[in-house]
Write a protein that binds this ligand. Structure first.
Ligand SMILES: NC(=O)c1ccc[n+]([C@@H]2O[C@H](COP(=O)([O-])OP(=O)(O)OC[C@H]3O[C@@H](n4cnc5c(N)ncnc54)[C@H](OP(=O)(O)O)[C@@H]3O)[C@@H](O)[C@H]2O)c1
Length: 269
């Protein structure tokens, strides 16, 4: 199996690194082209993958092809590679912008297309990828795609209409978490802790809290209450966040990311 990347920036590299570190594929099986030589050289040096001089050369060799450019390049790069696409290949979109129907039309229905919403924690093997596909994609191909994405995280297959919300919940949420964590790190720094200590304290606690949410059968409210002893210190902080309407702020941010996702789809379909 050969895997191609047309473009390989933040998200492409997260997938590429995730695949290599899981040992599901070897560097010799990966073929990449990006716009700038500088980036191509950096990727070659970092991962010892095959670097090609054109998108066409990548697409001609790959069985599975990640379109990892920004959406404004999709039409152009698909034009460049269209003549080498056929039923033996699978094209994977990682962008919000194009529906399966539009992607299918762009590739002249010559090949399988799969729509995914990955996220950047794939870089450390803890990704979360939403996948939508047309009914016509055969089981073998689908299982292979699931295996690839599962090698660096979790996978959820959803109907296409659910992708905008899924994208807010898992594609965008890492950025919200970083913002939240940054406030803790800054607080540590301002109060006598080093950067390393502050990062360790908050990141370990967030990983622990995530595990509690995903493995314990409690509602999240119970987990909150379990940390908030009456008359204790935590309850003061939780009350303050609630008085300042943290939940409304988060819902508003999620509405905005979902709205933008839908706008991006409207622009391209
Ligand atoms: N970042 C995230 O957290 C995230 C999460 C989910 C989905 N996505 C989606 O992933 C896609 C890529 O986002 P990103 O953040 O990875 O963008 P990015 O860091 O800007 O990477 C874009 C890549 O495309 C390459 N490129 C541009 N024009 C090209 C061309 N004509 N042919 C070949 N390669 C070309 C660039 O090459 P150079 O580096 O050489 O310029 C770069 O490697 C977007 O559609 C985004 O919506 C991102």
């Amino acid at each position: 199996m050969k895997i191609g990347f047309i473009g390989c920036g933040n998200m492409g590299e997260a997938i590429l690194k995730g695949l290599l570190e899981s040992n599901v594929v070897d560097a010799s099986q990966i073929f990449v082209h990006t716009k700038t030589e500088q980036r191509r050289e950096a990727l070659k040096k970092r991962y010892q993958i095959n670097i090609e001089n054109s998108n066409h050369l990548v697409a001609a060799q790959a069985d599975i092809l990640f379109l990892a450019t920004k959406p404004d390049r999709y039409e152009q790069v698909i034009q460049e590679i269209k003549d080498v696409l056929d039923q033996s290949k699978t094209v994977i979109s990682i962008t919000p912008s194009f529906t399966l129907k539009t992607l299918g039309a762009l590739v002249d229905h010559k090949t399988n297309v799969i729509r995914t919403i990955p996220n950047t924690p794939s870089l450390v093997g803890l990704g979360m990828t939403g996948i939508s596909h047309e009914e016509t994609v055969d089981k073998k191909t689908l299982n292979l795609i699931i295996e690839l994405f599962s090698s660096f995280g979790e996978v959820m297959i959803v109907s296409e209409d659910k992708l905008p919300i899924l994208s807010s919940l898992s594609g965008s949420s890492p950025a919200f978490s970083y913002l939240f964590m940054k406030a803790f790190v800054d607080y540590g720094l301002a109060n006598g802790f080093t950067l390393e200590e502050s990062v360790k304290l908050i990141s370990t606690s967030v990983v622990g809290a995530s595990q509690m949410v995903s493995t314990q059968n409690f509602p999240i409210e119970t987990l909150i209450n379990n940390v908030c002893s009456k008359g204790g210190s935590t309850i003061e902080g939780v009350n303050s966040l609630q008085e300042n309407h943290l939940e409304n702020l988060v819902k508003e941010a999620l509405d905005k990311t979902t709205k933008r996702f839908l706008e991006m789809m409207k622009e391209k379909n």
